[in-house]
Design a protein around this ligand. Sequence first.
Ligand SMILES: C[S@@+](CC[C@H](N)C(=O)[O-])C[C@H]1O[C@@H](n2cnc3c(N)ncnc32)[C@H](O)[C@@H]1O
Length: 255
Amino acid sequence: MKQYIYDNNTFFRKYQEIRAREHNYNILLEQPNFLTLLPTLKNKIVLDIGCGVGDFAAYCLELGAKYVTGIDISSNMIAHAKTHHVYDNLLFEQVAFEEMTVPEGTIDFISSSLAFHYIADFQLLIKKISTALCEGGILLFSIEHPIVSANMGKDNWITTAEGNLLYFAIDNYQLEGLRTQHWLVDNVVKYHRTLSTIINTLIEHGLQIEKMVEPIPTKDAVSNLPNLNKEFRRPSFLIIRAKKILKNNHQNVSI
Ligand SMILES: C[S@@+](CC[C@H](N)C(=O)[O-])C[C@H]1O[C@@H](n2cnc3c(N)ncnc32)[C@H](O)[C@@H]1O
C-alpha cells in the first residue's frame, strides 16, 4: 500500500516545522553519518529516491555529479524541490519508486534518506535498484533501525512512574510488515523488516555491503539536543552502503 502522507497538509506543516529547527535528528545525527559514506560523485549519474524537498539532490550537483534525478511520491515535496533547486542537470519527478521505469545499468549512485521504510515491497525495491545500478555502482540508504520499526504503535521506552527511562522494549521484531503509527498525525503507515531480511535482500540482488552505521551522536550534538542521549542506549537509524558487484562475482548462497 502506498501512502501519500506528505501530501496531508497538517502532516506536511508539522514535518516542515521539525526540519526547520536548528537542532533536529536529521541535522545532528542522520545526515552527518550519511554524508561520510558518500562515494566520489564527479561526473556521476545519480538517483535520489524519496528526495523530499531536493536539498540532497542539489548537493550532489555541488559535489560534481553530472546529472541528478530526484523522485518522490509527494506533490508537496516535489513542488518545493522544483521551486528551490533549478538547474539544467537536475530533474525532479513526482512518482512512486514502485512505478518508476529505470533503464538497466545506467545509474552510478542511488541514494535514499529515510524513505525505504515507507515502501511496502522491499524485494521489488532492491531488485529495481540493483537493475538500475551500473556494475560498481553504489547504493547508500538510511532507514529507521529495525529495533525501532518493530514498534507496534507505542513508544517503547519503559519509564519509572517519575518518567525516568528504564529500558527500551523490543517486541514483535520477527513480525514483518505494516505498522500504523501516530507520528505528527494518526495513521502513518510504515513497514518493518528484520535486519536479516534487509541484508539478505541486498545479497540476493548482487549488492555487496561495504559499510553499516548505527549512528551515535557527538558530544556537541547531545549538548544541542539532549534527547539524543537515548541513542547511546538504542540506535534510531541504520545506514548501509552497498556496491553492485560484477555478475560473475555474485553467487546465490544455497544451504
Ligand atoms: C522522511 S522523508 C525524507 C525526505 C528526504 N530524503 C530527506 O532526507 O530530507 C521520506 C520521503 O519519502 C517519500 N516517499 C514515501 N514513499 C515513497 C515512494 N513509494 N516512492 C517515492 N518516495 C516516497 C515521502 O514522500 C518523503 O518525501
